[in-house]
Design a protein around this ligand. Structure first.
Ligand SMILES: [Zn+2]
Ligand SMILES: [Zn+2]
Length: 333
């Protein structure tokens, strides 16, 4: 098993090899600080500080400490109050009209057609509100064969501290970011960007109640299911995604929208993350397995390694990180 995993690591590394030779030595401090100023002060609990930090490769470096409140923006709605209303969105992986879907009657009826029992005997949507303060992580086991539209009660009482290297470096191995609880980065709106969301066929993680449960996303592509509000689709460019998918029933209004070639935030390894388009527009070229490449950008005219949102995928978050992370990227208080 171990050799197999190591083999995979080597394969992944080969996918990224050109980076280690081309990689920028990390941006200088003045550049770094100006990018840092893009973090919206009103969404921070206190100013960003720079501290000495342990990095995952065993070295010691300098890190930003970014303090944000859990759920810094107006979130929701998630599940619709009734089948006649529209809630948030989900990425449906069932048979009938799979893909990016608005949570409305048509969506839940398609789920029923696919064999998921999410509309009850009275014709009402079966929903469940989990509460993190009650320690709920999964829907109750009472009705394991039933599906639920799942949402989590908003809790703004937590402070999340993200530790992000000031001078990013390419790591020996890429770090997979394919789990819903993996934190890929932090947008300048103070929104954590997580890995692949849970699916309808896989359901909410945990017990045998998985399949058929829908951990609803709001119109900005986020939810609270893995502990606090985070995005599974980049919120800052989601409205242009709705346009491309012909969706006009929902719109992200809580997060200011930016152009698809603009800077969204920092990855947890300190490299910048841009929207799906190259600096000059169009599809970025020569992207590696983590959807990153070295190229000049508006903020880094001399060139830097950076990530892009995935061009065609609904879940547009990169699948892995190329750089070295802090030893403890996130602390929750
Ligand atoms: Zn999630
Ligand atoms: Zn680029």
């Amino acid at each position: 098993m171990k050799t197999q995993l190591q083999g995979l690591g080597v394969l992944a590394l080969i996918g990224c090899l050109p980076l280690s030779t081309l990689a920028h030595e990390g941006h200088d401090d003045s550049e770094g600080h100006s990018v840092l100023e893009l973090y919206k002060e009103e969404n921070l609990v206190k100013p960003i500080d720079i501290v000495e930090c342990d990095l995952a490769d065993g070295s010691v470096g300098e890190c930003y400490r970014v303090h944000v409140q859990s759920t810094p923006l107006d979130d929701g709605p998630y599940c619709p109050e009734s089948l006649d209303e529209t809630g948030g969105i989900f990425i449906y992986d069932g048979e009938t009209r799979s893909g990016l879907r608005v949570m409305n009657r048509a969506f839940f009826e398609d789920m029923e057609a696919d064999g998921y029992d999410i509309i009850d005997e009275e014709g009402q949507l079966r929903t469940i509100d989990l509460s993190l303060s009650r320690g709920d992580k999964t829907p109750p086991e009472a009705a394991p064969s039933k599906g639920h539209c799942v949402e989590v009660v908003t809790d703004r009482s937590l402070t999340l501290t993200y530790t992000i290297p000031v001078n990013p470096t390419i790591a020996e191995d890429v770090r997979a970011m394919d789990d819903a609880s993996d934190i890929v980065g932090l947008s300048f709106n103070g929104l954590p960007i997580n890995g692949q969301p849970p699916t309808v066929s896989g359901g909410v993680d945990g017990r045998g109640t998985g399949a058929g449960n829908v951990p609803a996303l709001d119109a900005c592509g986020g939810h609270i299911n893995e502990g606090f509000y985070h995005n599974h689709i980049f919120a800052e460019t989601i409205n242009s995604k709705y346009d491309r998918h012909g969706i006009d029933e929902v719109e992200c209004t809580a997060v200011p929208q930016i152009e698809d070639n603009e800077l969204i935030g920092l990855a947890m390894d300190g490299y910048p993350i841009y929207g799906r388009e190259a600096d000059s527009g169009g599809r970025p070229t020569e992207l590696d397995a983590c959807n990153g490449h070295v190229s000049a950008t508006a903020e880094y005219p001399d060139g830097i390694y950076h990530y892009h949102a995935k061009y065609d995928d609904i879940v547009d978050i990169p699948d892995c990180l190329s750089g070295t992370l802090a030893d403890r990227p996130l602390e929750v208080q």
